[in-house]
Design a protein around this ligand. Sequence first.
Ligand code: AMP
Ligand code: MG
Length: 338
Amino acid sequence: METLCLPAGEESLKLACGLLKRGQVVAFPTETVYGLGADALNGQAVRAIFEAKERPADNPLIVHVAERKQLEGLCQVTAAAQRLMDAFWPGPLTMLLSKTSRVPDITTAGLPTVAVRCPNHPVALELLRQCGLPIAAPSANRSGRPSPTSAAHVYEDMRGRIPLILDGGACRVGVESTVVDLSGNVPCILRPGAVTAEDIAAVAGECTVASSVMRPLKEGEAAPSPGMRHRHYAPKAKMTVFVGENEAVAKAIIARYEANENAVILAHESALPLYAGRRAYSLGESPEEGAHLLFQRLREMDELGCSLILAQGWKAEGRALAVMNRMARAAAFDIVEV
Ligand code: AMP
Ligand code: MG
């Protein structure tokens, strides 16, 4: 199959809509990462997403809509969900809601809940509006690869597997949406993203974070969200994350760097002068900049063929939880506090 990669515009959006209506798969930009979309209510179309990604069948998809009205008949929108939608949609917040039989089991991997989100990106919103379908869309990477934050990343992973990629430039956020479970009395974050527990608590009164967000699952432990059970992206190189002040981190990183043949460094922008003469790349300064750059940098490090990545992280709390959740998984939880 030939894969077209076209700048998002009137013509390419029309083409994308036609493909989606015929049950085909189209990649499109959102504010978090690129999505691999198909008609969420068409089981065959959804199957094509799983095939293109080589995604395990027990990992459910997020259903994207342009507006709340599109959820009618698909799931139970509770009062708590309404309030969170008022506050954060369109935006990087995915909610788990009880589904109706109209949502095929393949979309939710057989779960009684469906994950729903309204993305805050002009191309995604225009596509959802024009095709009028709820669109199931996981991240547009092949399973086990970093989520794509540019159309070029999608092309690397999906060339020959899907007919069309809409290019809308780099994704602003850079990590996947916050996933929140609303089935209990208190909202619980299963996957951290740009909408934080503090943000949700400001609207809902309280919000907890699943403990498995920053540690590996124990043997036999049930995953709160199926995606957490699966091997997340790990670079080909071994990775260690260091957290602390620039100088202390640099001391620890340089010691490891000098002891290894083929190491690279990912550090905060302000710390780069401490690594002069060594292979060091910026992860930005704030946790948000880190989130924006992380997946791109990990793809670049794979291309460099390095064997060890020494990365400076952030304290895993508040706004930094999203990027640290991904860094921890990429490093197989090898995190050193200095
Ligand atoms: P992705 O779209 O690739 O970011 O993956 C979607 C994420 O949402 C995965 O980690 C899933 O495990 C999670 N998810 C989707 N639907 C559900 C659900 N019904 N219950 C729990 N987690 C879900
Ligand atoms: Mg994904």
